[in-house]
Ligand binder design. Structure first.
Ligand code: DLL
Length: 431
């Protein structure tokens, strides 16, 4: 199951040669912009410094702040008449991060998304419901054109309006769902409650745009009776299509003919050897409109260059379980929200919806884990409720070493998200 077999199974030596050749052109394109002229000058390097792929480590990094500083179009390397699409991702503060595409960029993008869809088992017989939000976000249109390219029937329903999603899922015979895992979970629970699971023809989920613990994914898969793959990407690099799992689901294949991935120590910036965990840094090799060199993704993962059993030679990255800026330090213990989710999902009588409230008291961070009960009647059975609270508290302490306050709340009181979930509520400024 390949969309571009020759490229996806290229021997690694040939792949590295192709990467070097493409890296040189990517640098030439980058150097047409004032941003990279300045960065190269400051670093004291010239394109001639790149003789092998090892020399990549001498190139300067690019940061999200570079996009902000050059808002909106300052990083574009082609005239506006050659830009045929703009996307943007909303920043936490202020202006969005703006990205642009040439015709050729869009063509490469849809090829790479088509690859991921086919690797996950999608075919032209699939009816694909795209429940990512359409608009400036890259997720929906990215998947849309990739799935059209393989000949699937695309339903561009966008996110939200859950009842209608379920109605169309039944009436149109949807076989493939595109959504964030958070929204897929909500859709699956709603379908279960509505008693319509038996009417559905779903078989594949193409999830992505946020992390999802194996436990959470298993729940969604069991609810819907599907197999789901994890797909990773980022607007600044292109959008979805950077990497994704094949049907064997043993790491996310990076489209290495279009991207070079490195893992670095986020503190020192040093490149780490294959297999080590650190921050993912990505250099897109073929983008025309918006060249980006060594982009600091902030996402924590590791790389595996062993050939996959599916035959693909492109390196696989481990699931992103954390962003470097996601880490909570709770009374001296470093903890990522995904670790908390792994503990919670294995506990009975609670729903898979939770929130993490962080407050600052007496100069240290305190965590309250707000957990939703699966069955509201438990609220009237004090002893059982206390036992559950103490079980959650105990497991978080023994497994993660953190001491958290546990707040149990009624079913359906925690906000449901139609896109990426926002699990951490930071109350530190307010406390
Ligand atoms: O989320 C692009 C995308 C859309 C990827 C649809 C896959 C499917 P942004 O909105 O720019 O782009 O957000 C990028 O989201 O740096 C990660 O922190 C996170 N992220 C994306 N995919 C995954 C994933 C799109 N599969 C940021 N697992 C990235 C974990 C992910 N985190």
């Amino acid at each position: 199951m390949f969309f571009q077999k020759d490229l996806e199974t290229m021997p690694r030596a040939a792949l590295r040669e192709l990467q070097l050749e493409r890296l040189k052109s990517a640098v030439d394109r980058a150097l047409t912009t004032p941003l990279y002229q300045k960065k190269f000058k400051e670093a004291g390097i010239t394109p001639a410094s790149i003789k092998s792929l090892d020399d990549l480590k001498h190139l300067p990094f690019t940061y999200k702040a570079d996009f902000r500083d050059n808002y909106p179009f300052g990083m574009f390397a082609v005239p506006m008449k050659d830009i045929v699409r703009i996307h943007a991702s909303s920043g936490t503060t202020g202006k969005p991060t703006v990205v642009g595409y040439t015709k050729n960029d869009l063509n490469v993008w849809s090829d790479l998304v088509a690859r991921l869809a086919v690797a996950a088992g999608a075919t032209s017989d699939d009816v694909a419901q795209i429940s990512f939000g359409y608009g400036l976000f890259t997720g929906a249109l990215g998947l849309h054109y990739g799935l059209e390219k393989i000949g699937a029937t695309v339903i561009p329903i966008s996110s939200g309006n859950t009842e209608k999603q379920l109605m169309l899922m039944q009436d149109f015979g949807t076989t493939l769902l595109v959504a964030t895992p958070t929204y897929a979970m909500y859709l699956s629970e709603s379908a279960k409650e509505a008693g319509i699971l038996d009417n559905l023809k779903l078989r594949i989920g193409l999830f992505g745009s946020e992390g999802c613990t194996p436990g959470m994914r298993e729940r969604i898969e069991n609810n819907f009776g599907i197999t789901a793959t994890d797909n990773y990407g980022m607007s600044e690099l292109m959008g979805p299509g950077v990497s994704g799992e094949c049907h064997l689901r043993d790491g996310l294949h990076i489209a290495e003919d279009h991207f070079i991935a490195e893992i670095i120590d986020p503190e020192t910036g040093e490149t780490l050897p294959d297999g080590e965990t650190g921050e993912l840094v990505v250099t897109p090799l073929t983008k025309e409109a918006l060249p980006v060199l060594r982009y600091r993704t902030g996402d924590i993962t590791s790389l595996n260059t062993d050939v996959c059993k599916c035959g693909r030679t492109h390196a696989r990255m481990a699931k992103v379980t954390a962003r470097s800026d996601d880490m909570l330090i709770i009374k001296g213990v470093n903890v990522f929200p995904s670790q908390i989710e792994t503990v919670l999902i294995a506990i009975n009588h609670i729903s898979p919806h939770y929130q993490l409230e962080v407050r600052r008291e007496n100069f240290s961070d305190h965590l309250t884990v707000v957990v939703e009960l699966a069955d509201g009647s438990l609220l009237e059975r004090f002893q059982e409720l206390e036992a559950l609270r103490s079980e959650i508290h105990h497991k978080l302490r023994t497994v993660l070493g953190i001491d958290a306050k546990i707040k149990l709340v009624s079913p359906k009181t925690i906000e449901r998200f139609q896109g990426k979930a926002k699990r951490v509520v930071d109350l530190r400024d307010k406390s």
